[in-house]
Design a protein around this ligand. Structure first.
Ligand code: S3P
Length: 458
């Protein structure tokens, strides 16, 4: 199959779509169901490469996981063409677990693929399980920093090490009894926070974690919904060790980070009018909506409801339909460090929006973007320049001159799903033909992305 696509200017986007299931929540649903004794059903699980890495890892650890075709997806497939395609990235999982101490030693190295969430959360879980595990991944994952989980897990007593002085995968961990710690996280990272919360379940005493800025809180909400007691005071989270999780059924909402590409595309293409249905709007994820609205975008949220997690302590995951219309001019904006965690994965598509805004947009305090699936600051600056954008790479962000007349170019996705999708949107407003190379990366989070985009393009 070809690993590139050619795209041209679109007149408008029109129609209704359902985005793929949320990637972060799908990962966590498998983690928690695999540790909760009994049978859990995860409805609308994301069937994409990243979340399959988590599912396969849990199978290697002895968890019984069965895929069933999703009823929701089948119903969708009777509808319009674009929604039918989502059948390919949504499934239901039936998970039988022997409980938090029920995992078994894997017979082989666990391959986490491209997934930072898999390797980091797994490091936390395996630190408390009394056997040897080795975790690795693809070349991108093997160049991503692991010291951020290894340092605090070692403080908890974990026997864990990694390549190049504990910096990069592979990671080797021999689990044992852990002790609770108080830990001030130096970087705002939901993956690190989640790894420590999961390790905290295996620790003697109460683990206390403080974040510098609030990051996505799906793990906290879900731990509570699986029956764990967890206390949150501002940026401080406490969890007691020795707790059992209770099996349960849950629904995964649509992924805001996948919806984001269509939101921006509709805003930038005049006469567009689209509705994206059932999108998760957890406020720790939707920073892009606030930013786009302050740039002047016309976005309306309707049918706001909760996808029930049956949590005793916290709110469920909120969901809405998002309606966007194109053609209204945007104005440039300055984005600072405090805003970054809530829009961390939307940086690539926000850069594309900034190319069309009136004025110079600057994004700062975002150095974390250098250690994502690619160096996203460098990738965006380099590839946008090929399309004629004046973009300056900063050590911790970027500055982008707006009102740019984009011209078609040959774009390298850098093997990064979000870079590939962001430039596909840029291609729809560029003069001439844009070739995106390395398109198979979209399978990490959004199989059928190009087919759905094509279905909306008029
Ligand atoms: C994620 C957390 C974020 C995000 C990633 C998914 C998660 O990473 O960028 O795509 O599911 O917890 P960090 O925790 O490294 O910021």
């Amino acid at each position: 199959m070809s690993d590139s696509i050619e795209l041209r200017k679109a007149k408008r986007l029109k129609g209704e779509i359902i985005p793929p299931p949320d990637k972060s929540i799908s990962h966590r649903a498998v983690f928690l169901s695999s540790l909760a004794k009994g049978k859990s059903i995860v409805r609308n699980f994301l069937r994409a490469e990243d979340t399959m890495s988590t599912m396969n890892a849990m199978k290697m650890l002895g968890v019984d996981i069965e895929q069933q075709s999703s009823r929701a997806a089948e119903q969708q497939s009777k509808g319009k063409d674009t929604t039918a395609l989502l059948h390919y990235c949504s499934t239901d999982l039936v998970i039988h677990s022997n409980g938090i101490h029920g995992l078994q030693e894997p017979e082989d190295v666990i391959d986490c693929g491209n997934s930072g969430t898999t390797i980091r959360l797994l490091s936390g879980v395996l630190s408390g399980n009394p056997f040897l595990s080795v975790l690795t991944g693809d070349s991108s994952l093997r160049s991503r920093p692991m010291g951020r989980v290894i340092t605090p897990l070692r403080q908890m007593g974990a026997d864990i090490m990694a390549r190049d002085n504990d910096r990069y995968p592979p990671i080797a961990v021999r689990g044992r009894k852990l002790k609770a710690i108080k830990y001030d996280m130096p970087v705002a990272s939901a993956q690190v926070k989640s790894a420590l919360l999961l390790a905290g379940l295996y620790a003697d005493g109460e683990t206390e974690i403080s974040e510098p800025i609030k990051s996505r809180d799906h793990t906290e909400r879900m731990l509570s919904s699986y029956g764990a007691r967890i206390d949150i005071e501002g940026l401080k989270i406490k969890i007691k060790g020795g707790q059992e999780l209770k099996a349960k059924d849950m629904d995964v909402p649509g992924d805001f980070s996948s919806a984001a590409f269509f939101i921006v595309a509709a805003l930038l293409i005049p006469d567009s009018d689209i509705t994206i249905k059932g999108v998760g709007i957890n406020p720790t994820r939707t920073g892009l909506l606030d930013v786009l609205k302050s740039m002047g975008a016309e976005i309306e949220l309707t049918n706001i409801r909760d996808v029930s997690l049956n949590s005793s302590l916290f709110a469920d995951e909120p969901v809405a339909d998002i309606h966007c219309k194109g053609g209204k001019g945007l104005k440039a904006i300055n984005i600072t460090k405090e805003q970054i965690p809530a829009l961390i994965d939307e940086f690539p598509i926000l850069c594309i929006a900034a190319t069309q805004a009136d004025g110079v947009t600057t994004i700062r305090g975002a150095e974390e973007l250098r250690v994502k699936e690619s160096d996203r600051i460098k990738a965006m600056a380099t590839e946008m320049r090929k399309m004629g954008v004046e973009a300056e790479e900063l050590s911790d962000g970027i500055s982008i001159k707006g009102n740019a007349n984009l011209k078609g170019a040959s774009i390298n996705s850098c093997g990064d799903h979000r870079i590939a999708m962001a430039f596909s949107v840029a291609a729809l407003i560029a003069k001439g033909t844009t070739t995106i190379k390395g398109t198979s990366a979209v399978n990490i989070s959004f199989p059928k992305f190009f087919e759905i985009l094509k279905g909306l393009t008029k």
